[in-house]
Design a protein around this ligand. Structure first.
Ligand SMILES: Cc1ncc(COP(=O)(O)O)c(C=O)c1O
Length: 444
C-alpha cells in the first residue's frame, strides 16, 4: 500500500520512480530539466523522484505515495495545485485556442492588471522563462547606458551573461565572462568597489533569506542613479508573494527594471518584464526581444485568474501568517529539544532550515531531516515555500513531523552517527548561493 500522510509510515516504496529514473539515465543528460527538482536535491534511495498529481498543497508520487509539498514546483504554485479558479480559466481559454496568428486581447488585459499592481510598471513585456526576462533586462540596460558590465547578486537563470559568474561556466566565451561580476548582498562597499565607468546594470534578488540591512536597497538605488547604472530587481521569488507588487512595493523602491515569473501564474510558464518607459521603449526598435510563444494565451489566462485571486484573497498576507507558524514553530521545537545548531531563517513566506557545522556536515543533517520528513509524508528540502493551500491542518501535521524528525537528528548528532542514520545518499549543495559566489572584483 502506498504511504498516506502519517507519523507512523515506513519509508515509501519508490519502485516506479526508480524505474523511470533508470530509463532517463543515459538518455536525458543530468536527468532533469530543472536542477532544483532533480535527484541531487533529494536523498537518493529514500525520496521519490517523479510526481504525477497535485491537489492543493498535497502531491502524489509515481508509486501513489501522498505528501504535503513545501517546494510547490520550486515557487510557481502560489495558490496550490489544481486550483479551481485558475484551472477553469485555462480550460475556458483552451476551448478557444492556445496560440494564435495575431496578438491576443489577454496581452493587453494582463498588462493593464500588472500596471495597476507593480509600482515601476510604466511598460510591460512577457516571455516564457525567468532567464528570458532577466536577459532582456540586461540587454535593455546595456542599450540604454551604452555600457557593458553587469554586477549581479543572486541567481538569474541559465543564460551566458549570468552563468559566467558561476562554477558551471564552460561553453561561455571569455569575452562574455569578462563582463559579468558579482557583489555581496548587504555590502554596499563591495558594490562601490566594483563599479567603474563601464557598468551598465546592477541586478539582484532584492531579498533571498537575509533582510536588507542599513538601507542597503535604498543605497543601491541612489548609487545607480548617481552613476547612470540601470537597477534591475529580479523578483522571480518576491513578486506576487512578498507583496503583490513584490519587493519594490514592500520596500518602497522603484527599480528601473524588474522581472517576474513563478507565483504570477500558479504553474503556467510566463515571465514578465516591467520598467521605466524610456528604457522599456528601446524594445520598440533598438533591441530585439521576441519569441514564438510570448503571447501564448493559456498562460495569460492563468496569469489573469491568478492575479485576481492573489489580490482578492490577499494571499501575500496569508503566506506571511501561515509561514510564520511554520518558521517560528521550527525554531521553537529546536529550542525545546535543546538543538542550538538548527533554526529556521528567512522571511515567513519562504523560510529555510539552517544547520551549523558544529553538529556535523550541514548537508548530511539536512538530508537526514529530509529522509525523516519524507517517511512521515512531507516533501521537504529544507525550504518552506508557502502557498494559499497550506492549511492549519498541514502546518500542524508538519510541525508534528518536524518534532519527530528533529529528535532523530538530535540523537544522530549526539551519537556521532549522522551518516549511519541516513539510509540513502546525502543531497548536493543547492546551486544558488548569494554570498561570495565566484566573486570577480573588477581589476582597476
Ligand atoms: C531569482 C531567479 N531569477 C531567475 C530565475 C530563472 O528563471 P527560469 O528558471 O524560469 O529561467 C530563477 C529561477 O529559479 C530565479 O529564482
Amino acid at each position: 500500500m502506498p504511504n498516506k500522510i502519517s507519523l507512523t509510515n515506513n519509508f515509501p516504496v519508490i519502485e516506479k520512480s526508480n524505474e523511470l529514473y533508470n530509463r532517463a539515465l543515459g538518455l536525458i543528460p543530468s536527468v532533469t530539466q530543472t536542477l532544483a527538482k532533480g535527484p541531487g536535491q533529494w536523498v537518493n534511495g529514500i525520496a521519490p523522484k517523479y510526481l504525477v498529481k497535485g491537489k492543493g498543497s498535497h502531491v502524489w508520487d509515481a508509486d501513489g505515495n501522498e505528501y504535503i509539498d513545501f517546494m510547490m514546483g520550486v515557487g510557481p504554485l502560489s495558490l496550490g495545485y489544481s486550483y479551481p479558479k485558475v484551472d477553469e480559466a485555462i480550460k475556458r481559454q483552451l476551448e478557444d485556442g492556445i496560440t494564435f496568428s495575431m496578438m491576443h486581447p489577454l496581452e493587453v488585459e494582463v498588462a493593464e492588471l500588472i500596471r495597476d499592481i507593480v509600482p515601476n510598471a510604466e511598460a510591460v513585456r512577457y516571455s516564457k522563462t525567468g532567464a528570458d526576462a532577466t536577459s532582456a533586462a540586461v540587454r535593455l540596460a546595456r542599450a540604454f547606458t551604452r555600457k557593458n558590465k553587469i554586477l549581479c547578486c543572486g541567481y538569474h537563470g541559465w543564460h551566458d551573461w549570468y552563468i559566467s559568474v558561476t562554477a558551471r561556466n564552460n561553453g561561455i566565451p571569455e569575452a562574455v565572462q569578462a563582463n559579468s561580476f558579482t557583489f555581496n548582498y548587504n555590502d554596499i562597499n563591495s558594490v562601490i568597489g566594483s563599479i567603474d565607468n563601464d557598468v551598465a546594470a546592477i541586478i539582484l534578488e532584492p531579498v533571498v533569506f537575509a533582510e536588507p540591512k542599513d538601507n542597503f536597497l535604498h543605497k543601491l538605488a541612489d548609487l545607480c542613479r548617481e552613476k547612470n547604472i540601470v537597477l534591475i530587481f529580479d523578483e522571480m521569488w518576491t513578486g506576487f508573494r512578498m507583496a503583490l507588487g513584490g519587493a519594490q512595493e514592500y520596500f518602497g523602491i522603484k527599480p528601473d527594471l524588474a522581472t517576474y515569473s513563478k507565483a504570477v501564474a500558479n504553474g503556467m510558464p510566463i515571465s514578465i518584464l516591467t520598467g521605466r518607459r524610456e528604457i522599456m521603449d528601446l524594445a520598440d526598435e533598438d533591441i530585439f526581444f521576441y519569441t514564438t510563444f510570448g503571447g501564448e494565451a493559456l498562460s495569460l489566462a492563468a496569469t489573469k485568474a491568478t492575479i485576481h485571486e492573489l489580490r482578492d484573497k490577499n494571499v501575500p498576507k496569508y503566506l506571511n501568517e501561515q509561514g510564520k507558524k511554520l518558521k517560528d514553530g521550527y525554531t521553537a521545537i529546536a529550542q525545546k529539544l535543546e538543538m542550538d545548531f538548527t533554526r529556521a531563517i528567512g522571511y515567513n513566506w519562504r523560510s529555510m532550515a539552517s544547520f551549523d557545522e558544529k553538529a556535523g556536515d550541514p548537508l548530511v543533517q539536512k538530508s537526514l531531516m529530509q529522509q525523516e520528513m519524507i517517511k512521515r509524508g512531507v516533501l521537504w528540502q529544507g525550504f518552506h515555500n508557502m502557498s494559499y493551500s497550506h492549511s492549519d491542518e498541514d502546518i500542524n501535521f508538519t510541525l508534528a513531523a518536524l518534532e519527530e524528525s528533529l529528535a532523530v537528528l538530535k540523537n544522530a548528532v549526539e551519537k556521532n552517527n549522522l551518516r549511519g542514520t541516513l539510509k540513502g545518499e546525502p543531497v548536493l549543495p543547492v546551486f544558488r548561493k548569494v554570498d561570495n559566489f565566484n566573486m570577480k572584483p573588477l581589476k582597476k
